[in-house]
Design a protein around this ligand. Structure first.
Ligand code: PAF
Length: 320
């Protein structure tokens, strides 16, 4: 069954203020949340497109009244050569970390200089690569733990209502009206003063859980067993040490606590990296444990446990 609801303000009256680059599960979820709160939003086409609109379908299993009733709505598709590009005030980039530079760079010529960019992905690294190319634009970063499944190309189901944290990184700040609108639209979200420590904390969760579940072909919950505790502690100790050299002071016991809390809360789940390996897809290891090793190298440190799991995942990927 499907319901149909349309906001007249989004049907052709003016071009969108906000565009999303990357129409995967997270991109579609953010799109739905912005659309549902009345924000004018569209998807940026990565290739020349003749589509002016796209119909999307959203359902949820995690609201107060979960329902199989799918909500259908339409959003504009902004073509690469469209005049609408010049009117964008915010570009939200929701592609995988390893796709960010390839996806964003072609638009840097045409995007207005006052169009802010927000990166929302797992892992870290692209913010450092993008920073020198911003040409005066502001850059914000974010992390989301919302759970979402892509059922088919334009159909998603929200499965979890985790925390979303957004915050400023460099250049001009995002207009206050837009940051407030994002926080109002995305449930359980906050605009934080310092986003980099939040990203390191999320990195800690992914660095401990993702490679170990992929290497050992197990659920997240299995990592609660004593056999994994030394490995988890070493991954987190190295991350803590490297972050400190990057100027980010993290609380070691909080990191451990948070990792074990996620292991418990998602005990039945298979991590995204486990699924990537199982489906022979590229993983985000370079931007997770690989990022820790790269930052370690910058500071002449070593991070042997992160290096080991990084190489083990690379070996699994090489066998595809
Ligand atoms: O990448 C993932 O799978 C998730 O971020 C997490 C938190 C590890 C849970 O599975």
């Amino acid at each position: 069954m499907q319901s149909h609801r349309e906001h007249d303000s989004q049907l052709g009256l003016g071009s969108p203020d906000i565009a999303i680059l990357g129409a995967g599960a997270v991109g579609q979820l953010i799109c739905h949340q912005l659309w549902a709160s009345g924000i004018s939003v569209g998807f940026l086409a990565r290739e020349p497109s003749t589509h002016l609109w796209q119909t999307l379908s959203f359902s949820t299993t995690c609201s107060a009244s979960p329902s199989t009733l799918a909500e259908q709505y339409r959003v504009p598709i902004i073509a690469t050569d469209s005049d609408s590009l010049a009117k964008l005030r915010l570009l939200i980039v929701c592609v995988k970390a390893y796709q960010v530079m390839e996806a964003v760079t072609p638009f840097l010529e045409t995007l207005p200089k006052d169009c802010h960019i927000l990166l929302l992905h797992n892992g870290m690294g692209p913010h450092l690569a993008l920073e020198p190319l911003l040409d005066g634009r502001g850059l914000s970063l974010g992390t989301t733990s919302q759970g979402v499944l892509r059922q088919s190309t334009w159909q998603i189901t929200q499965t979890g209502q985790g925390l979303t944290q957004l915050g400023h990184f460099t250049g001009p700040e995002l207009e206050i009206g837009l940051s407030k609108a994002l926080i109002a639209a995305i449930p359980n979200s906050e605009w934080v003063e310092a986003i980099i420590p939040c990203l390191w904390q999320k990195l800690a969760v992914n660095a401990a859980i993702n490679p170990l579940t992929a290497i050992n072909q197990c659920t997240n919950g299995k990592l609660a067993e004593a056999q994994f505790s030394a490995m988890i502690t070493d991954i987190l100790d190295e991350l803590h040490w490297v972050a400190e050299h990057d100027g980010i002071l993290l609380d070691k016991s909080y990191l451990q606590q948070r990792v074990y809390q996620v292991i418990q809360l998602t005990a039945e789940n298979f991590s995204s990296m486990h699924q990537d390996v199982a489906h022979k897809r590229r993983t985000e290891i370079d931007q997770i444990n690989g990022y820790i090793c790269e930052r370690a190298r910058v500071h002449n440190l070593s991070a042997p446990t992160n290096e080991k799991v990084w190489q083990q995942i690379k070996q699994l990927e090489a066998k595809y």
